[in-house]
Ligand binder design. Structure first.
Ligand SMILES: [Zn+2]
Length: 324
């Protein structure tokens, strides 16, 4: 999602944030949270733009001044984004944000802004900071300088240390009502029925639905559900399906959909549980166990291990879990 196509459901939280900025109530540390593909980056970019623009229109970035042009080009000297970086030793992309990165960012935040305005730092995703990195960030949050803003993006704020959370103002991005979400998907060129199906599958999250539709993931997800049903009905063998799932580079995505499917089935089983129907909660337990196994298998597939046997084993367990 780029800035020119900012999702409409970001508008209200953005207006609240720029109103706080205009009246000097915007916190120096902001925790921008929301589900995958809700638009956290677009929100942070728009808010950073508003902070750095000095010819704001109704509190928002004007979109025309030199600061706005630099923000849009990704070259504003007073805006920095911290994310996964390559290790200097190995050249490999690290799986976490490390203390050196945070220290450098904290030092940068004490400098004078090159364009004389504010300094904005975005950490994306904030939950990628390891323990030491998060501790190093605390200092910057505890002793904020005027005109310095730290935007921490994350899906699950509970995964951040409480010390970080307590020092940030929280902005929670939420999906719009269904009608609005559908209208947005329609404007992106998706047919009504396809859009509605994808939106339901994405539990009302239009950004996620759009991602699934645009990347062909919705077909992939439907295929996974069909394969799992075929295994239960004995129309396909776990080994066949495992080989098929490993036939391209999308096995990880398929397993994620399979794991989510287990959660959905468990929710249905639990909803059906009445006082006497203990078996339904037993089904939910089996599905929860399978969910954990699916996630473990997904991790395994990232290693050079024989994935086909692990996956076939998992799919056999699916048949057992669903047999009860
Ligand atoms: Zn501007």
């Amino acid at each position: 999602m780029d800035m020119t196509d900012r999702p409409p459901w970001l508008q209200a939280p953005l207006q609240r944030a720029v109103a706080a900025l205009a009246t000097g109530r915007l916190a120096h540390g902001l925790l921008v949270c929301g589900a995958e593909h809700i638009g956290k980056r677009a929100f942070a970019a728009a808010l950073a733009g508003a902070v750095l623009c000095r010819q704001r229109v109704d509190g928002a970035a004007c979109g025309r001044c030199r600061d706005c042009v630099l923000v849009a080009a990704g070259t504003h000297p007073d805006l920095r984004t911290l994310s996964y970086a390559e290790s200097e030793k190995t050249g490999v992309l690290r799986k976490e944000i490390v203390i050196e990165q945070v220290r450098e960012l904290a030092a940068w935040l004490t400098l004078t802004a090159q364009r004389g305005g504010a300094l904005v730092a975005i950490i994306d995703p904030a939950t990628a900071m390891n323990h030491h990195a998060a501790n190093a960030l605390l200092k910057a949050l505890e002793e904020p300088l005027p005109g310095r803003y730290l935007l921490l993006l994350c899906v699950a704020p509970a995964q951040l240390p409480a010390t970080i959370r307590s020092r940030c103002q929280r902005i929670v991005l939420q999906p719009p009502p269904t009608a609005e979400a559908l209208a947005w998907l329609r404007r992106r060129g998706h047919a009504e029925t396809t859009a509605a199906a994808a939106l339901a599958a994405a539990r009302g999250h239009p950004g996620l639905a759009a991602h699934w539709l645009d990347s062909g993931l919705i077909e992939l997800r439907q295929g996974v559900h069909a394969d799992l049903a075929a295994i239960v009905q004995g129309r396909s063998s776990p080994l066949e399906v495992a080989a098929q799932w490993l036939g391209d580079d999308r096995a990880g995505e398929r397993l994620q959909f399979a794991a989510e499917h287990a959660v959905e089935r468990a929710a249905i089983a639990l909803a059906a549980t009445t006082g006497a129907a203990r078996s339904a909660s037993g089904d939910a337990d089996k599905l929860a166990t399978w969910f954990a196994a699916a996630n473990r298998t997904r991790e395994l597939l990232r290693t050079p291990i024989r994935g086909d046997l692990a996956l076939a084993g998992l799919l056999r367990e699916w048949r057992l879990a669903m047999a009860g």
